[in-house]
Design a protein around this ligand. Sequence first.
Ligand code: BGC
Length: 783
Amino acid sequence: MKNLFKILILLMNVFLIHSLNAQKLSSDNIDEILKAMTLEEKAKLLVGTPNHLFGGGESTVGHTEELVPGAAGTTQNIERLGITSTVLSDGPAGLRISPTRPGDDDTYYCTGFPVGTCLSSSWNTELVYEVGKTIGNEVLEYGADVLLAPGMNIHRNPLCGRNFEYYSEDPLLTGKIAEAYVNGVQSNGVGTSVKHYVANNQETNRTGNDSQVSQRALREIYLKGFEIAIKESKPWTVMSSYNKLNGDFTQESHGLLTTVLREEWGFDGIVMTDWTRPRNIVAQIKAGNDLMEPGMQVQAEEIVAKVNSGELTMEDVDKCVKRMLEFVVKTPRFKGYKYSNKPNLKENAKVTRQSATEGMVLLKNINKTLPLAEQTKNIALFGVTSYDFIAGGTGSGDVNKAYVVDLMEGLGNVGYTVQEDLKALYEKYKAYERAKIASETEARSWFLGKPVLKEMPVARLFIQKQAEESDVAVITIGRNSGEGGDRKIPNDYGITTEERKLLNDVCDVFHSKGKKVVVILNIGGVLETASWKNLPDAILLTWQPGQEGGNSVADVLKGTVNPSGKLPMTFPIAVMDHPSTNNFPYDYTPKPYNSFFGNSPEGKDVDYTVYEEDIYVGYRYFSTVNKPISYPFGFGLSYTDFEYGKPKISAKGSEFTATISVKNIGQKAGKQVVELYVTAPDGKLEKPAKELKAFAKTKELAPGESQILTLKFSAYDLASYDEAIHSWVTDGGKYTAKFGTSVEDIFSKVLFNVSKASYEVNDVLKPEVDINRLSLKQYSHDK
Ligand code: BGC
């Protein structure tokens, strides 16, 4: 009898295992599948597919190269339970995969879109949504599941090598642009990974540096953009950053990944690491970092060992595994989507051409130099970058695009001719310099990209000849940077001796002949402009505008498109004017670049970077202390003029709505951005003089046409973070809304009343060191 009972139990077990084995993952049976998984299978799901490219062992089933060659990583499949692999691929300016495949005649090029900074300069969330939607379609049609973008770290300092991937020095603009981008990409049924969470504001020693930030600066500046984007667009994934934050690696910080991200903001997706070597696995899982990328076999083995030793509980692991399963069932690969490998690259090129123009910022335009006069035919095109245009930055933010339209080509496409002898000289120089670099730095990795060539000296006599034969001079100044390194002050933030000489000579000679000079800035981050901006007649900041760059610039020069971009950051006079520069590794001594995972430089602000400037990042500092700048945050000219009506603000409970009419009173159709800054009444906490709280952009207004813009914000948006009571506090009283076309160009003010409110949150993420925080309470604010 006893034996019969035993046999019965055995049979039942076999049946149960069998039936569970037969069960395949679906969105309805996640809990059952979780129960059916062995510990080894669970561990496997939390670790990206071991990949020999990252030293993670031999290729295994589901290897990234077999799924989508050139993608950054994959999650592992568990066939028995129908858990498919998923494909994770960079990046912010478009999908980054290998353009060619061995033994395959087809090509897999992706569209190179404008860099993040160019997109944010559009201040146009609808446009960014469309760009995101177009990128997302390439993600879907090339068989990837998650785009590792947007990059949304704050431009704490102009020298950060990855600022081009990021949006702004302001968290509201960052959050709103990211929100639009994520919504656009995800409208295709693919995911995004908002990155790098958080305080990854320098590249120097990025895998070892500890950002020490006050709780207030963290909440108000560095986390705020993520908070906005995560609440408003529900990205499928978040990428924790390489660096430490207040003593902990972000991927090991429970306060960051669970308390703030999930409990306070309601994030319900997965968190993955940035592409790191193994770190403390117990801390990561307990913190809520679900996926380790790029993934190594030892990590999976360690998870098993730690559960067996009791350092991790099955419950800890299950929380992450469950979220992974919830993620997997959303992906196109799981759903069996039959991707075409043939996105419409022709149509997508039109999207990038147009979107880039909207991020271009007209910094100077004396006597209507631009658009170029109708009789302009022949252009003297100076600057080696004119012939070697920079579409985007380097590293994982780069896209393998089929072509880049350089400026010379773009001008030709809209009917201009360029001085042939000048062109021939530059082409020869370019070929020579490129060959020299190639032989000098053969080992230069994809990671460091193509360097910008040193400017070619041009003899004054030859410039004179150009001035006689052409209608106008255009000079391009180029800069490039990317992950793994920060920018230097001389010759990168600053202009070089050769560039200065070229600017001086060309302006001098052309002006003496009554001809104009236009400067094009083909750059990824802030450049010193104060010392030379008086020289040319016009300056157009084009950023790195994507693969159609030359065409986009030509559209603006010709006037087919009226520029409407606004600076998403301050252009200071000197980089040292930023209080953060003091605590930025601008003077480090780099050691030779030694691995994919980061360099190990020596110098200050390498192990620790103490954010002493606190909340005074960018214009929050300059406008509070009234320090002169070269170009203010939010600035950008147009080919037309606008007139503004009297703004109104109405309140409904804790929600505020401002309305303002904008009229095009000039001769050309154009768009305009209205920026709403708020000055708070005096309260317990010191505050910056002005903070951006809302913005809106008009549609294209024909001459004489007007539009009423609506700008919304809430009492919560006005709150500052009070560390003493770990609460967001909105002081009650009279606030001033300042409507402007830059933080310095305010054209209207409206006072409005706000009732006191406070919102308690968790007292987490304290810095470990005493921060000597910048205080500016001695400055009174103009109300
Ligand atoms: C970068 C990430 C990128 C990842 C995968 C890392 O080096 O920091 O932004 O998504 O590589 O390529």
